[in-house]
Structure formats: C-alpha cells, structure tokens
Design a protein around this ligand. Structure first.
Ligand SMILES: Nc1ncnc2c1ncn2[C@@H]1O[C@H](COP(=O)(O)OP(=O)(O)OP(=O)(O)O)[C@@H](O)[C@H]1O
Ligand SMILES: [Mg+2]
Length: 284
C-alpha cells in the first residue's frame, strides 16, 4: 500500500456531491426500447400517474406488441432531397417485400441496424450502413430517423399533440455490454440535426428530414436539454421491473437472476437484497 503523503492525490480530492437522479420527480417520462429485433415505446404522463402499473405502451401498429426494428423511408415530394418515414415494423417489412423495383430512387429500407453498434474498434460516428434498397448512409442518421418516428408516434398519434417533446424526460435502453462509443452514438442520434431543423428527442423542433451524403462532413448536433436524455442499461431496467413486480406480489426474493435473451444480446443480471449484499461484502 502506498504511504501517506504527496503521492495520494485521491486523499486530497474534494468529495463530489451525489447527483440527484434526474427522473426521480418527473411526471412525464418517455422510454424507447431500441432492440435488435424489435422496437417499443412506453410513457407516463401526469394524467396517467407514474406508478408502474400505469405505464402505458404506445401501440406502434394495431396492437401493443413490439414491432420489428425495420424502417422504410420515402422521398418527400414536397422538399428537395427530403425524406420521411413511410412505415416502421411489420408494415415496413411488408411494403418493402411487395416492392417490385427495389431501387433507392424513392425508398430506403433498413432492418436490424442495432447489430452494427456492437462493432467496437470499427465503430465511430461516421460509420455507414448500406440500405437494402441500395446506397450507403450514416448509421447515426438512420437511427435518428427511427427515433424521430417513434417520437411522433407518441406525441402525435398517441397524445394528440397535447404534450410537447420538451415536457418529457426521454430514456433509451442500451445493452450493458455496449462500449462508451456506441452509447455516445445513440445519444448523438437522439440529438441529431438535419440541415433545416434541430431534431432530437429533447427539442420541440421538427425531426430529421435529410441524409448527409456519405463523404460529406457529418454535422454535429446541438445537445439540446441534455438533462432530459438518459440511457438505461437493459438488464438493470429488467431487474428493477422484476424487483418491483416481486414486491407487488408480496414476497420479494432475496436473490435473483434476470436473463434477457434478446435478438442481439444476452444480458444476465444477478440481484441481491441489501441485507445479503452487506453480508457478502463483509467477507472481504
Ligand atoms: N412472443 C414471442 N414469441 C416468440 N418469439 C419471440 C417473441 N417475442 C420475441 N421473440 C423473439 O425473441 C428474440 C428476442 O426478442 P426481443 O424483442 O427480446 O429482442 P430485442 O430486445 O429486440 O433485442 P436486444 O435486446 O438483444 O437488442 C427475437 O428473435 C424475437 O423474434
Ligand atoms: Mg431487448
């Protein structure tokens, strides 16, 4: 062990006050599960109090089931080089499979793009993805299109524009194994700007409408309301939910394991009650 004195910078460091969890008192929370296979959105509003039993799931199609992580983007006839989401999920898959001429002229189609974020050293904000309809795009902008569409599903279809984007705290789930770079990219996609407008989950402006041509510099988004955007680790979220439901059922277990076998990642979390946790650490 190092002796006391000049070589102990940590001993002299100021104590950092504990951060207050941002979401603790929030009435409006919107959560996006951006899965490899599927997508889902859930939310709470003041009219729909923030007890877990009242968390509402946004029907992304006719049912409340999760929908495949697939997006079909269409050329917007009204704006030059502008694109808008035509469909996501099953509808996107079905429309794409029925397309006679699978060209990139008017449509761009992607599926399961989250898989690309697992690449470690090869991954950066300029990583490109090839569309099934031809052509390459910046991955981060494709994610931004999906997030923008999910935001619209919540605010327009579900909440009929009674709430603004900035009234919500936004949460996006990410796998625990993701490296900082992949997490950073997800945050950046959430703030993504298009040429004309600030997109971003945490802003009230219009969503992304343009793709930056691959090879041109990718603009850095302005980080609007960063305190309103959180990334949540998938296994931790699953564990907290399991803990909550076991408490509701009356006999919470002292130790349990959550195994989330997803379409791209398997996340395993082991939880101990505080009592067991303290006993465990006393041994060391
Ligand atoms: N109700 C179901 N019946 C049968 N298979 C299902 C059902 N729901 C999901 N699956 C399958 O289970 C796998 C995992 O789905 P899940 O939605 O958990 O993945 P994900 O959350 O998108 O992926 P990840 O969390 O790894 O990014 C997929 O292959 C999916 O097709
Ligand atoms: Mg998952």
């Amino acid at each position: 062990m190092a002796s006391k004195g000049a070589f102990e910078p940590l001993a002299r460091a100021d104590k950092i006050p504990k951060a207050i969890p941002v979401l603790q008192d929030s009435d409006c929370i919107a959560a996006i599960d951006f899965g490899t296979s599927s997508l889902s959105v859930a939310y709470t509003t003041p009219l729909n109090p923030t007890t877990r039993e009242n968390v509402k799931v946004v029907p992304l199609h006719k049912t409340y089931e999760r929908v495949p992580n697939a997006i079909l983007i269409m050329k917007d006839q009204e704006g030059q080089d502008c694109w808008k989401t035509f469909e996501i999920g099953h509808q996107a898959q079905s429309a794409y499979s029925k397309m006679k001429k699978k060209s990139s002229e008017n449509f761009i189609y992607f599926e399961r793009i989250k898989n690309l974020l697992k690449r470690d050293k090869l991954l950066d904000r300029t990583t490109q993805v090839s569309s099934f309809t031809g052509g390459s795009y910046y991955l981060i902008e494709v994610i931004a299109f999906i997030l923008t569409h999910l935001k619209e599903k919540l605010l327009t279809d579900e909440l009929k524009r009674n709430y603004k984007s900035t009234e919500f705290d936004w949460v996006i789930t990410v796998p625990a194994i993701w490296k900082a770079r992949a997490r950073r990219m997800m945050r950046e996609a959430a703030y993504m700007v298009s040429v004309y407008s600030i997109a971003g989950l945490t802003s009230d402006a219009l969503g992304i409408t343009k793709f930056t041509p691959v090879g041109s510099p990718l603009p850095r988004p302005e980080e609007v309301n960063p305190e309103k955007l959180s990334l949540a680790l998938e296994p931790e979220v699953a564990a907290i939910a399991a803990q909550h439901y076991s408490l509701v059922s009356g006999s919470p277990p002292q130790r349990y394991m959550v195994v989330d076998i997803g379409g791209g990642t398997v996340d395993i979390t082991v939880l101990l009650s505080m009592k067991l946790y303290q006993q465990y650490w006393k041994k060391f």
